[in-house]
Design a protein around this ligand. Structure first.
Ligand SMILES: Cc1ncc(COP(=O)(O)O)c(C=O)c1O
Length: 378
């Protein structure tokens, strides 16, 4: 017998890119067809316009687009002339790409522990890691909320270090009314489809207020070249294509609305989950606009909750189950278990719930009811 699909027999996924697409379908299809007909597919009008529009949005002097958020970090490090044996202070609680990009330019990631309240770099632990080889601090604004960026900038200034902000997960987030990514020397952004501003493929960008870095970055993304077949630097082939740029121009108009929808969904989760003792809800810190790329709760019963929700058809994700300093790929750095206690503790407690601008209240209610039931049976 067929009947209306009820929420109980539907699979609830962590994001719903299909329903997101429906919200901009007509505009996207129009601009994609225009690009196809234009005959210009790489570094054309849409890329230039998108870079200008994003720079205006961020109130930042330059935006240089590139192929993805990982290249954005590599290009930033190359623009700052980071060399093999230089040390970059960063966090282990992030997507692998943050440290991978450091290693790709031959430099050494030096990991600093995070804070329990915002999952971000703990500025009080940075200075003991600084030595003659240290060239930059690379904080990540994880899950959509900025780290304590003013403390990071202050430490960097005192020690003559660069700051690169990995803003892949926090486009539109602010501290004291200023956009994250624009505090340090360079900010890096990802437009992976699930990001707050997602392309329909890969994409990335770098923002900076520094004219010299901007000029160098424009060359580095095209094989270190400013004139055809003349190469000043060893660079990358890392360009945003016209189709993605045209789609991102459409999306940028809605970014603030989508981020507000995420904030409203986070508030609703807070309301629904506030009385469950076994759960710690994500905190929004003073003077911060948290754009909830992820809604990440903490619980000591994380694996149990994850498994029981999965049985109910509710997808949740652990971002990230193995911290970067304990990944096999970074074994050569010789970090031992226990070297970053907060990072390692939180890896066992975090769980991200379904979060996207179009998430329906009834879906959030269903998730919350199930969490309540699961913990009641304990
Ligand atoms: C914190 C962080 N940094 C960097 C990246 C890399 O971005 P991309 O996937 O566009 O290369 C991501 C993407 O997931 C990310 O979440």
């Amino acid at each position: 017998m067929t009947g209306p699909i009820t929420i109980q027999n539907r699979k609830i996924s962590i994001v719903d890119l299909g329903s997101h697409y429906q919200t901009i379908k007509d505009e996207v299809e129009k601009v994609v067809l225009e690009v196809l007909a234009s005959g210009h597919y790489v570094l054309g009008k849409n890329v230039l316009e998108f870079e200008n529009e994003l720079a205006n949005y961020l109130k930042c002097k330059h935006v240089i687009s590139c192929a993805n958020g990982t290249d954005a970090i590599s290009l930033a490090l190359m623009a700052l002339d980071i060399k093999p044996d230089d040390e970059i202070i960063t966090v282990s609680h992030s997507f692998f790409a943050t440290s991978e990009a450091i290693a790709l330019v031959g430099a050494k990631p030096v990991f600093v522990d995070i804070r329990e309240d915002d999952f971000n770099i703990d500025p009080s632990k940075i200075e003991s890691l600084i030595n003659k080889k240290t060239k930059a601090i690379l904080p990540v604004h994880l899950y959509g909320q900025g780290c304590e960026i003013s403390s990071v900038i202050e430490i960097a200034k005192r020690h003559g270090l660069y700051v690169i902000e990995d803003t892949a997960q926090a486009l539109g987030a602010q501290f004291q009314g200023k956009y994250l990514g624009t505090f340090g020397d360079i900010g890096t952004i990802s437009f992976f489809p699930t990001k707050n501003l997602g392309a329909f493929g890969d994409g990335g960008a770098i923002c900076t207020n520094n004219d010299v870095f901007a000029e160098k970055l424009k060359q580095l993304r095209v094989h270190g070249s400013s004139k055809r077949y003349i190469h000043e630097y060893i660079g990358l082939n890392s360009r945003l294509d016209e189709i993605q740029a045209a789609i991102l121009r459409v999306g940028l108009k809605y970014l603030d609305k989508w981020n507000s929808q995420r904030e409203a969904a986070a508030k609703y989760y807070n309301e629904l989950l506030k009385d469950i003792e076994l759960i710690i809800l994500p905190a929004v810190k003073p003077n911060c606009r948290h754009v909830f790329h992820q809604y990440t709760i903490r619980t000591k019963r994380r694996d149990y909750l994850y498994e029981k929700l999965r049985e109910k058809g509710i997808e949740t994700i652990i971002y990230y189950p193995v911290p970067i300093h304990l990944q096999k790929a970074f074994k050569y750095l010789k970090y031992k278990e226990g070297s970053l206690p907060i990072t390692e503790k939180l890896c066992n407690e975090i769980l991200s719930l379904p979060m996207y601008p179009e998430i329906k209240k009834e879906i959030q209610e269903y998730i919350a009811e199930n969490i309540k039931l699961i913990f009641k049976k304990q």
